[in-house]
Design a protein around this ligand. Structure first.
Ligand SMILES: [Zn+2]
Length: 310
């Protein structure tokens, strides 16, 4: 589901949209939705939850841990990340709301009435506070937040898979260079340089506007592994040429290595360490390059824009 669909869904619920966030009410409870990627939305609902632990256990038993992840229950809010695999966002969202409503009725949970800034009752407005949409006193919010800055929030563009794949390929080729050149210069591989291949691939994919989706991440992972294999083959071809063999002798040398323990161990450890650093690189890239805007509202300085008087 792309950003446009996220906004359409939010508007169909009567939510307002600012930047990557959508906020409004489910019954009497303020809800904040955050667009993280095409497959992930942040969700938080503000309520007065005297006993967060039972709610946490209840949600863990009622929700699939692959689709409702990172559940956090606090006395004033519940938050989680909705992850879409094949189910429709509408269905998953509605299931979560129904599940929460059921528990709220059974355990007497009511809407929050205290202002998070001063802890007093009789709120006269509602606005985004950290990662939730909460009732506040307008005066308190005005004191805490500086006047709305003119900072613009990056709106994700609709990705282009074809260009993204081209970017991942180019990034992969650039990422192969450090490990290959290091091996050429030093005669051995400095293994952590295999990290550069997935990072190059991911950066290329992002720079060429590849979509921030699960499919996109999988494509980058494939390029990362292919890049590692290509790097090892290049290193081997260079070694062949160095030893005076033609590059075409590589297949028979590889076959020979299976009957030669010493050679096999060298090749096998290059592959295993290469793969290890490749996988670490894929994980780091997903965390820091794909998800550089994992929690959009943390960089959102226009909280006051979301303030609405009650
Ligand atoms: Zn207050």
């Amino acid at each position: 589901m792309q950003f446009q669909d996220f906004q359409n869904f939010a508007r169909s619920k009567g939510f307002a949209c600012t930047g990557l966030m959508a906020y409004g009410y489910e019954g009497n409870y303020p809800v904040l939705l955050q667009y993280i990627s095409d497959d992930e939305w942040g969700f938080s609902l503000t309520a007065n939850i005297p006993y967060p632990q039972p709610l946490y256990s209840y949600l863990n038993t009622r929700c699939n841990k692959h689709t409702v992840r990172h559940i956090i229950c606090r006395p004033d809010a519940i938050s989680c990340v909705l992850t879409f695999h094949h189910e429709s966002p509408e269905q998953l969202y509605q299931y979560l709301i129904n599940t929460l409503s059921q528990h709220f009725i059974n355990s007497g949970i009511v809407p929050l009435t205290f202002c998070p800034f001063c802890g007093q009752d009789h709120c006269d407005a509602v606005c985004i506070v950290q990662n939730r949409y909460a009732p506040v006193h307008e005066a308190c919010a005005l004191q805490v937040y500086p006047p709305a800055s003119s900072e613009n929030v990056d709106i994700p563009t609709v990705g282009n898979m074809g260009l993204g794949i081209l970017g991942a390929l180019l990034g992969m080729l650039v990422g192969i260079l450090p490990i290959f050149l290091c091996n050429l210069a030093l005669g051995f591989s400095f293994m952590p340089l295999y990290l550069v291949i997935p990072m190059g691939s991911t950066l290329g994919f992002k720079l060429f506007q590849g979509p921030n989706s699960r499919k996109g991440k999988n494509i980058v992972a494939v390029f990362s592994v292919l890049g590692m294999i290509a790097a090892i083959l290049l290193i081997l071809i260079a070694a062949c040429l160095r030893e005076g063999f033609p590059a075409s002798a590589l297949p028979s040398l590889l076959a020979f290595s299976f009957s030669n323990n010493e050679l096999f161990i060298i090749l096998f450890s290059e592959f295993i360490y290469g793969l290890l650093f490749d996988i670490i690189g894929i994980i780091l890239s997903r965390r820091f390059i794909f998800h550089s805007n994992r929690f959009p509202s943390e960089t959102f300085h226009q909280h006051l824009d979301t303030l609405q008087r009650l």
